[in-house]
Design a protein around this ligand. Structure first.
Ligand SMILES: CC(C)(COP(=O)(O)OP(=O)(O)OC[C@H]1O[C@@H](n2cnc3c(N)ncnc32)[C@H](O)[C@@H]1OP(=O)(O)O)[C@@H](O)C(=O)NCCC(=O)NCCS
Length: 331
């Protein structure tokens, strides 16, 4: 009798978005920009903004509770909670600890992941590894951000891009040679760290030429980030498909990081994935960093665009630089 491999499949997805919307028209009143420019150059129409006192852990816990509910598991069955975030409530306690407390996941290990916008895929990779190794059965991976806490509302280059939100997925053990996670590729290049930085977010002190301490706001060389994103996301998606023995024609749905529609279109073009197979929701939420992929996955599922047997490729890119992709056959 042949023994099927231990792997991981997604058994639950969830999302949480703040109520408050910030439209392009609102931004027109704050900086020198226009709805036309943002729509054409980036593809965003509005983004969600956390309310006062609504922190990353709150969004993370809501998304996690949703995913847990869909999985049919109880919180005490979760072996590990991973939270990908660049905007934790605090460095410690970690957001994962706060989510554990909120859910009552009394048997779970807890860890935050710092891989910027690629964090969810890094988390998925750790979940897969733990489950494949037979060390754990159920791992909850959450990605949550309150990006609006690190945005300089006077800087039109960046403040139009980001939004707040959270997404989550439960990864559970399954025995299959064909279903669940098929392959993952992670990547990064610290040589390009300066392209996208969050100054004064750690022990290093950033100052301007006059020695004045900079604010804790995202600074970015947008054009260079754009080029790196297209190249690395395209290569990474090809790599996971190769590893899974699949071609781009076999992809049912491509879910890229939602940073810019022009990046998404350029990556899809390189991969020769037609537009109808590409999931795009950036118009509604902007770039929610690590949370874009699990929010999109959750919405794709809600919209019936993810069905049993479908090959889904998720693909992300972020500060660091970091990048990663994952191929799944939905089970
Ligand atoms: C940031 C980004 C949208 C800028 O778009 P772009 O097409 O590269 O635009 P540029 O920076 O070349 O600027 C083009 C012009 O628009 C202007 N501009 C920049 N931001 C603007 C804004 N918010 N509103 C109106 N005009 C703006 C620039 O000043 C420039 O004007 P000029 O031609 O008179 O000099 C784009 O580079 C991008 O999306 N980069 C990747 C960012 C990203 O994904 N970051 C997160 C990674 S996870």
């Amino acid at each position: 009798m042949s023994v099927r491999k231990i792997t991981a499949k997604i058994t639950g997805v969830g999302k949480a978005l703040p109520e408050k919307r910030l439209t392009n028209a609102d931004l027109e009143k704050m900086v020198d920009t226009s709805d036309a420019w943002i729509s054409q150059r980036v593809g965003i129409k509005e983004r969600r903004i956390a309310a006062e006192g609504e922190w990353t852990s709150h969004l993370a816990s809501r998304a996690a509770a949703d995913a847990l509910k869909m999985s049919g598991l109880t919180a005490d069955q979760i072996d590990l909670i991973l939270v990908a975030t660049s905007t934790p409530d605090t460095v410690y306690p970690s957001v994962a600890c706060l989510v554990q407390k909120e859910l009552g996941a009394i048997h779970a290990g807890v860890l935050d992941i710092s891989a910027a916008c690629t964090g969810f895929i890094y988390g998925a990779s750790l979940a897969w590894g733990m489950i494949k190794a037979g060390l754990m059965k159920h791992v909850l991976v959450v990605a949550a951000e309150v990006n609006t806490s690190i945005v300089d509302w006077k800087d039109r280059d960046t403040c139009i891009l980001f939004g707040d939100g959270a997404g989550a997925a439960v990864f559970s053990e399954c025995h299959s040679d064909t279903d669940g996670i098929l392959s993952i590729k992670l990547g990064g290049d610290g040589n390009y760290g300066e392209l996208l930085e969050l100054p004064n977010s750690g022990c290093r002190v950033y100052t301007d030429e006059s020695g004045n301490k900079l604010g804790r706001y995202i600074i970015m060389q947008g054009n260079e980030v754009f080029k790196q994103a297209v190249r690395n996301m395209a290569e990474c998606a090809v790599c996971v498909l190769d590893r899974a023995g699949l071609t781009t024609q076999e992809v049912s749905l491509f879910i890229p990081h939602q940073a810019n529609t022009r990046i998404i279109e350029a990556v899809a073009k390189r991969l020769a994935v037609p537009a109808e197979k590409v999931f795009v929701n950036i118009a509604n939420y902007g770039n929610t960093s690590a949370a874009t992929i699990p929010i999109a996955l959750c919405e794709a599922f809600e919209q019936g665009r993810v069905k049993k047997g479908d090959v889904i490729v998720v693909d992300a890119f972020g500060a660091g630089l970091t990048w990663g992709a994952m191929a799944i056959r939905w089970a």
